[in-house]
Design a protein around this ligand. Sequence first.
Ligand code: 5AD
Ligand code: FES
Length: 344
Amino acid sequence: MKKLIDILETENILDKEQFVYLLANFGLNELEYAAAKARKIATDIFGYDIYIRGLIEFTNYCKNDCYYCGIQKSNCKAQRYRLSKEQILECCGTGYKLGYRTFVLQGGEDPDYSDDKIVDLVSTIKNEFADCAITLSIGEKSRESYKKYFDAGADRYLLRHETANEEHYKRLHPKEQSLKNRKQCLINLKEIGYQVGCGFMVGSPYQSMECIAEDLIFIHSLQPHMVGIGPFIPHADTRYAKEPHGSFELTLFLISLIRIMQKKVLLPATTALATIDSWGREKGILVGANVLMPNLSPKPVRKKYSLYDGKACTNEEAAECKKCLEERLTFIGYHTVINRGDYI
Ligand code: 5AD
Ligand code: FES
């Protein structure tokens, strides 16, 4: 099996059967073998620098009904909120002082946040914080909308593909949502010139090793600048409330494999990973991740942006969380840097 990891390192891809074999049969030996390679690749490129992104969850209104997600429109228990432009700018100001040079504006697909409002928001932030990068993560939009945001100054876009397998996609989403459109969005974003991030959940309901193999092959074909992966975690008010969360070890293994196949990719150790293991983020870094995305949203709304249960770091103010994270990074020999952390 180590041979397959060696092949992945030189070829940057395996075929589907090889991936399935690796994913279904790996053990501690392979986990450590892949982790050592992945960490070496990451430190050769980034040293011990960790890029930080200030995450601003500016609306939890959503017109979609992803079955796994706590803020799906059918969840009438979700307490909805929407941050104003002023509140968002305040988050950026706080973040800037703390050393953040990337702001990630993430939200549900909220029709109230029209293209005009997004354009205004992006250009205002760009004006006030000229040395910062803006990442949008607001779902599926038309090519024209994506272009408008880009022209207003947005630099990057995160849109997890969620699963590259059609059948699996249908089990996670209502029929109004299609994998075809989601993939097309990613292609459009890339063509427009964004640094693009795709990604998927590990251990989502009905996911098989074949699905994950297809995810990895999709990533190879898209060649994204960023890949976000984290374990699926159930949310009490969804149909998948009783499903188990995704495997921690498998998530770590996948972080390593993605680093090995896409050497320069920007790879976050996600909040979901920190949620299922108290040292999840740090372990993610030690197996090949190089990005952290701490929360800059105002404390009162943090818990309301509830995609899954038990979300980590919801009780700390932005400054406390940053300090905590710095200490934790020091503990493992890494540190944050004050720069945009663009794709090289
Ligand atoms: N568990 C883990 N991740 C989730 N996401 C949404 N719901 C869940 C969940 N229950 C992820 C999706 C989405 C990202 C913003 O959060 O992959 O793209
Ligand atoms: Fe956020 Fe510790 S990293 S509180």
